[in-house]
Design a binder for this molecule. Structure first.
Ligand SMILES: Cc1cc2nc3c(=O)[nH]c(=O)nc-3n(C[C@H](O)[C@H](O)[C@H](O)COP(=O)(O)OP(=O)(O)OC[C@H]3O[C@@H](n4cnc5c(N)ncnc54)[C@H](O)[C@@H]3O)c2cc1C
Length: 277
């Protein structure tokens, strides 16, 4: 059943994520206990965030379903609604509608396989949710490789968590920045270069890749060179959307509705879309 009614939520915490102040993570808690219990999402899904008098925007769910009691959304200040959200304070109320879209195939194609997560910039949000979910269900998956890059060290999201994940011996973590920077002794280089150096084996593996189109474009050749095929690669599309439920067709690409059929697609599926992709 289609419902355009958002759930009322309260902003419980706001964290400024990046040095430029343009990315903030909002921790939202449900006002209604029944609605909180009814909410079930899978990593890779998104929700519509609504601000009274401003509008509604699709934002990927950055929290894992295993982080119970709240939802996290990391939002880049881009325009009207995101700027209004950035101006809100703890304790204020807003709306959340969802969960929407399909999400990553955590219970099907990913189960029992080696998982390679490749993220660039703030597209890492739903991959954070995925990694936390995988770590909570560690026995269900093979080797986990996580490659994540940002322009500068100060533009990396979730910095405290990155440090914690780096201490684990069951996740192969590769964090990189575009250029040398004072105080940074980690990897330096663009995500595609690092992906080529890490060269994750395609055997019994699935890759989830989220980032700017240019990053995705240049990440594929080094993977293809070592045997990765389009069926093994999942991408998440970010078309403009309004209803989020496959009714208004704002997000359609040919017959495909990104909000409902996606936003997660295999690269094989993306290749079949009209030429803009
Ligand atoms: C499935 C999905 C998941 C998303 N997840 C996140 C997320 O986790 N974090 C996040 O910060 N953003 C995310 N976005 C993008 C976010 O929805 C847009 O940035 C937001 O709608 C802009 O709203 P606004 O009113 O602030 O901007 P507007 O005032 O509407 O526009 C400001 C500028 O942003 C451009 N813009 C608006 N929407 C999009 C879009 N979908 N793609 C590219 N450019 C756009 C406009 O052309 C304009 O240049 C996601 C989008 C989709 C479809």
């Amino acid at each position: 059943m289609i419902s355009y009614l958002p759930y009322p939520v309260r902003i419980d915490e706001i964290k400024v994520e990046t040095e430029d102040g343009n990315l903030k993570t909002f921790k939202l808690v449900f006002e209604n206990e029944t609605q909180r219990k009814a909410w079930k999402h899978v990593p890779g899904q998104f929700a519509m965030l609504s601000l009274a008098g401003q509008g509604e925007i699709p934002i990927g769910i950055a929290s894992s379903p295993t982080e119970e009691g709240h939802l996290l959304f990391t939002v880049n200040r881009a325009g009207k609604v995101t700027t209004a959200l950035h101006q809100m304070h703890m304790g204020e109320r807003m709306g959340v509608r969802g969960p929407l879209g399909n999400g990553f195939p955590i219970d099907t194609d990913m189960k029992g396989k080696n998982i390679v997560i490749i993220a660039g910039g703030f597209a890492v949000t739903t991959l954070r949710a995925t990694l936390i979910y995988l770590m909570e269900h560690r026995q269900d998956y093979g080797k986990i490789t996580f490659i994540y890059g940002a322009r500068t060290p100060g533009m990396l999201l979730y910095q405290n968590e990155l440090q914690e994940w780096a201490k684990r011996d069951d996740v192969d973590l590769h964090i990189t920045v575009d250029r040398e920077a004072p105080g940074w002794d980690g990897l330096v280089g663009f995500v595609p270069t690092i992906a080529g150096q890490v060269a994750p084996s395609p055997e019994n593996s699935v890759a989830l890749i989220c980032g700017p189109p240019i990053m995705i474009k240049f990440t594929m050749p080094p993977l293809e060179k070592i045997g990765w095929t389009d069926d093994q690669v999942y991408l998440s599309l970010e078309n403009r959307m309004k209803c989020g439920e496959g009714v208004c067709c704002h997000c359609n690409v040919g017959p495909t509705l990104v909000c409902k059929d996606g936003p997660v697609f295999t690269r094989t599926q993306v290749r079949k879309l009209p030429v803009e992709y």
